[in-house]
Design a protein around this ligand. Structure first.
Ligand code: NAP
Ligand code: F7E
Length: 324
């Protein structure tokens, strides 16, 4: 019998890569999708006939309990969230409801339906926020700097609490930023690679951007979903930092992306207050040595390779879209 996995957030960047990876491992894959008036299955269209989509919402516990009863999965990957940090200041309550309380709804559905189900929680380096240690590791204290970061700290601790209270196989992966050609256009990497491609093709003339000094540890999403799976294959549930150990500023990101198309970003970039945040996370860099030691996980794509992959993908997409 193939194993059954249930993914919340399957329509998102990570959900699509994880679904592909689990299909390759021989899993039956189920995904939670919320009802929308127009379909948003772009990232999973190529595998839609191999997966089963279940209607539900992280705000609605009844739909989760029913989904678990129907699917009877062995593994659940909770990737659903309001995941854009900037939006979390304009929608703090909604962010808390989905990204924090949604985790409790799902954990409690597991406890009710079948406590043997293994659970992965998508925790985030945003929990480190105003960093208390460099690099950040599993033991580094949290100091979140946004309603999103605060919600993720709640999600992290409720996962630990359900593990300790009910002996669930519940694991939290503290993942640093990971990107890909499937990244949403609002996140800074994709915004930059998409604009570099647009400007190169004469489809745009400027890029409006926020803080150039922020530094992030950017890896490739395809590598990171493998770490999620490895965590659930361990006998003992534990928490792991997943990161590359390399950090780059937004300015270095601009250098990397615009150099792929042979342009100088300084000629096209305008700093815009609208993209500055009320509180910033200045520096993130992770120490993934526990994951390397215990899971045998290491990243396979460098920062330069990642940005090149994203710019080339954006060039191809735009050329196809505009018949260039
Ligand atoms: P993403 O592309 O924004 O995807 C988020 C997913 O959550 C989408 O499928 C979205 O569905 C779903 N969702 C949102 N609200 C929902 C609700 N109320 N009910 C059901 N589904 C809902 O995010 P991602 O980059 O793949 O990240 C996956 C997870 O990892 C998130 O929890 C994120 O916070 C966390 N994380 C991400 C990173 C990173 O660098 N990417 C790093 C650390 C942690 P729709 O398509 O319907 O909107
Ligand atoms: O910002 C700066 C911005 O929105 C990165 C999510 O996946 O990773 C992601 O959160 C940095 C910040 O990602 C613009 O101020 C400058 O310092 O790409 P981002 P994020 O906030 O790091 C974590 C790990 C998650 O868990 C989240 O779900 O870039 N920045 N100018 C800008 N950022 C954006 N979006 N747009 C700008 O114009």
């Amino acid at each position: 019998m193939p194993k059954r996995a249930f993914i919340t957030g399957i329509t998102g960047q990570d959900g699509s890569y994880l679904a592909e990876f689990l299909l390759q491992q021989g899993y039956e894959v189920f995904g939670l999708v919320r009802r929308t008036s127009t379909l948003n299955f772009e990232r999973i269209r190529h595998i839609q006939d191999q997966i089963t989509l279940i209607s539900g919402d992280m705000l609605d516990q009844t739909s989760m309990i029913q989904a678990l009863r129907d699917i009877q999965p062995q593994e659940i990957y909770n990737l659903a969230a309001q995941s854009f940090v900037q939006t979390s200041w304009s929608q703090p309550v909604f962010t808390g409801d989905v990204t924090a309380l949604g985790v409790t709804r799902l954990l409690d559905a597991i406890r009710t339906v079948n406590p043997e189900i293994r659970f992965y929680q998508a925790s985030s380096s945003e929990m480190f926020g105003k960093v208390q240690e460099v690099p950040q590791r599993e033991t580094t204290p949290f100091y979140p700097r946004s309603p999103y970061g605060v919600a993720k700290v709640y999600g992290h601790w409720i996962t630990v609490n359900y593990r300790e209270s009910y002996n669930l196989h519940a694991t939290s992966g503290i993942l640093f930023n990971h990107e890909s050609p499937r990244r949403g256009l609002e996140f800074v990497t994709r915004k930059v690679t998409h604009h570099a491609a647009k400007i190169k093709l004469g489809l745009a003339h400027e890029l409006r951007i926020g803080n150039l000094d922020a530094q992030r540890d950017w890896g490739f999403a395809g590598d990171y979903v493998q770490a999620m799976w490895l965590m659930l294959q361990q006998d003992t549930p534990e928490d792991y930092v997943i990161a590359t150990g390399q950090t780059h500023s937004v300015e270095k990101l601009l250098d990397a992306a615009f150099s792929v198309v042979g342009l100088d970003w300084r000629r096209y970039t305008v700093q815009d207050e609208r993209f500055m945040r009320p509180a910033e996370v200045d520096l993130l860099v992770g120490d993934a040595s526990k994951a390397k030691r215990r899971l045998g996980w290491t990243p396979s794509v460098s920062f330069e390779q990642l940005i090149q992959m994203m710019v080339e993908s954006d060039l191809a997409l735009l050329k196809a879209e505009h018949h260039l």
